[in-house]
Each structure stands twice: as structure tokens, then as C-alpha cells.
Design a protein around this ligand. Sequence first.
Ligand code: CA
Length: 248
Amino acid sequence: MRVRWAAATHPGRRRASNEDAFCARPDLGLFVVADGMGGHVAGEIASRLAVDTIERVVASGECCPPDSRNCTLPERRLQEGFERAAQAIGEETARNPRLRGMATTASAVLLSSSASALAHVGDSRVYLWRDGILQQLTHDHSWVAEQVTLGLLSLAEARQHPWRNVVTRALSASDPPMVELSPLHLQGGDRLLVSSDGLHGVITDARIAAVLGAADDPERTCQQLIDDANGAGGPDNITTLILEIDVP
Ligand code: CA
């Protein structure tokens, strides 16, 4: 598979540190964004540990055993990477009690010419832009998203809600992660965006679609999205990772 990609991260305008982390390994087909939580040092450690562990597991070719879900090999590799990332966070927390409570989101894309896959935990997102239409491929594992599904909050209310940052799933020391896995069927011309909530929490999907549709190169597109988020106040760390599928 041939892809063009770019990634950018920025602390935003109100935070001194950046608890987001990403990895881009086009040689493995692996792209990951993680958004750490737990106070700034702990959050930075959690997201970096998760990204590095997922990268190492995918590079090693290890995968979890097949189960009743009939997952493809790339999905099982990502599942293994996410489980081992949570274990690594647990081990680090046990070694250093000051890090107790640290956790991270993770959204990962693993491309291969036979079967591509997506894995996700938390409220970072993967979007697909195809033929002018933007589709959010991941579900937010967040309290506000659950309230929207139940019909108790509107999307507009969810964006403003004081609990909008509360995630219901994460990679952490406490439980084995409930990983959302799905196959990815890509076409030439598709664009994927992996982002932390410092982007999609402040920029509307309509604006994201317009920027992705402007057919600029991936570097400039990443930078434009970060500029937009900072222009909207930049309340949180912002990470954007863009993949442009040339030949699937
Ligand atoms: Ca965030």
C-alpha cells in the first residue's frame, strides 16, 4: 500500500506541557495517537509508554490468539499491542506510586495490502474522508457520548458539558482494556485523520471536512487543523495525523 502521511502535535495555548504522543511507522503500516491523563508528568508517561509498547509489539509480529470475534491478523496484532500497553502502564504505576491513576487513550491504524485494521480506546478519534464526505470511524468512549446515545444530551450540549473530558474506557493499570477493533477497507484517494480531542473538541466536523477536502499536502493540512484549534482558543493539547491512501 502506498501512503503519504504527516503528523503534528502542539501543546495548545493554555497548557504548558503536552500529554499527547504519536507514532508513525510507515514501514510497519502503523500510525498511533494517544492522549495521556493523570497530571502532566503521569499523562506524558502514560501516552508515551502506550505508543512505544504498541509500536514494539507490532514490530515484533506478536499477536493475541484468535477468539470468537474472528478478528483479522492486523486486528489481533493491535489487540496484543493495546493489552501489553495497559500492562506496561500497570507495571510502571506499581514501580512509582506517584504515577497512580495515570491512563491514556489510544487510536491506532495498521495498514496492510491484505487487511487493514483500526483499534481504539477512549475519546481520540479516527475519521475517514472519502469523496467529500467525512465519517467518524471510532466511537467516543466517553460519558457525554453515552448520554448522547441515550438521548439525554444533544451533540451541542455534549461539546460544552463540564464532564466532556471524562472517558469511560482507557489504557490503565486497573482493568484489561476493552478495545474497539474493526477492519478498514480503504480505496485510493481516501484520507484518514487520527486526532486527539484538543482538535475535534473545538473544531466542528464540517470544518475538519473542509480542511481535509482542500487537497493540500498532508503537512499543510495537519498544520492548518492545529492553527484552527489554536484559533478557537487552544484549550488542550492538539495532535493530528493524516494518511492519504494513494494505492490501496
Ligand atoms: Ca486531550
